[in-house]
Design a protein around this ligand. Sequence first.
Ligand code: CA
Length: 225
Amino acid sequence: MKILLVEDEAALRGALAGSLRQAGYVVEEVARFAEAHEKIALHQYDCVLLDLTLPDGAGLDLLRALKANRSAAGVLIITARDALQDKITGFDLGADDYLIKPFHLSELNARVRAIIRRRQFNGQQQIPFRELLVLPNLAEVHVRGELLSLTKKEYDLLLYFLANPGRILTKEAIAEHLIGDAVDAADSFDFIYTHLKNLRKKLQEKGVENYIRTMYGVGYKLSHE
Ligand code: CA
């Protein structure tokens, strides 16, 4: 799960990013409007945390840009201003939720979790797929009632496929989903093969057919027929 954090207060940004990373999210941080604008034009996010007052622009304009790009990202507005008009405008523009500073990190985490769940799987508490059952609240996968032990990356990978059934996911898209910004510094996408190989092996050991098909030279696809 990939989050874009737009916040110009360095100390707060650091605390939020740290808390979200600890919760297992891939977090990209930006302090400026221009940088955020470029990122949302180029990349996909599961959730965008948006400060409304930025030194070089208005957070609400980023929200407008996200919606103009038909982004699937959930949007959580974070701001010190308890201004009713901003709140109303934010919701009118399609923001999912609103947090007034200061707030507890645990509350932030709960709101982000709820937004991503609502966005990704229509808020389902349980995601069934063939003999698999995913419980997103617990980050658990069960096979015919038996818990499957996955690493965080294997779980993220499986969820990414389940969120995109039948769609070809390129290696680049998968790499970016799993490690975010760090993909620019990666020498190769070989780490994907490792996670994918382990995920397939664990599923196979539980008697699950290989639904994740390799599309040679293109990427991978979760077969849902
Ligand atoms: Ca600010």
